[in-house]
Design a binder for this molecule. Structure first.
Ligand code: ADP
Ligand code: MG
Length: 153
């Protein structure tokens, strides 16, 4: 079976385009990524920033946004789909003061790649991929510590 179709490695959820929905996106992502045995630090911030953007800049009242997570070939791909396909995000100069404009700078710093693709109208997909996140954080599927090396005597 193609791994991308494996429900254990693919997660999708629709959420309200509200601050509560954005918080849920982060919580659900952390839960799922941890269940895949991966480190959640890093991916959690990416999801938080992309979801926050979806519910502020990408929001259409009454329309929900989607979070998709895929682990394929050791790469964790995070996709946030919102319904403002007519508005495209771009890096801003955060400047010296204030918090605004730091979200995508953070995403670009954490992710190995990120971008925006047109989705089925009226949607767009803001995505980020993390290569290192594909490495086990704690234990492999057989419960072994991945950093331990068995030396035969
Ligand atoms: N999902 C989105 N839809 C439309 N515009 C977006 C989206 N995400 C980000 N943007 C645009 O890109 C800019 C930079 O985003 P970001 O770095 O997260 O800064 P901030 O959210 O603090 O403004 C935003 O100010 C907004 O204009
Ligand atoms: Mg933002």
């Amino acid at each position: 079976m193609n791994q991308i179709c494996d429900p254990a490695r693919h997660f999708a959820v629709q959420l309200a385009a509200t601050p509560h929905g954005a918080r849920r996106a982060r919580l659900l992502a952390v839960e799922r990524i941890a269940s895949w045995g991966l480190a959640t630090e890093g991916p959690d911030l990416v999801v938080a920033e992309l979801a926050a953007n979806a519910v502020t800049h990408g929001r259409v009242p009454g329309r929900r946004f989607r979070l998709l997570l895929t682990l394929y070939g050791g790469v964790l791909r995070i996709e946030v789909v919102d319904t403002r396909g007519d508005r495209v995000p771009g890096l801003r100069d955060p400047g010296e003061d204030g918090e605004a404009g730091r979200g995508l700078v953070l995403v670009a710093a954490i992710a190995d790649r990120w971008g925006v693709d047109p989705g089925p109208p009226p949607c767009k997909v803001v995505w980020a991929e993390l290569d290192a996140a594909g490495r086990p954080a704690r234990r492999d599927v057989e419960g072994r510590d991945p950093v331990r090396v068995d030396v035969k005597s």
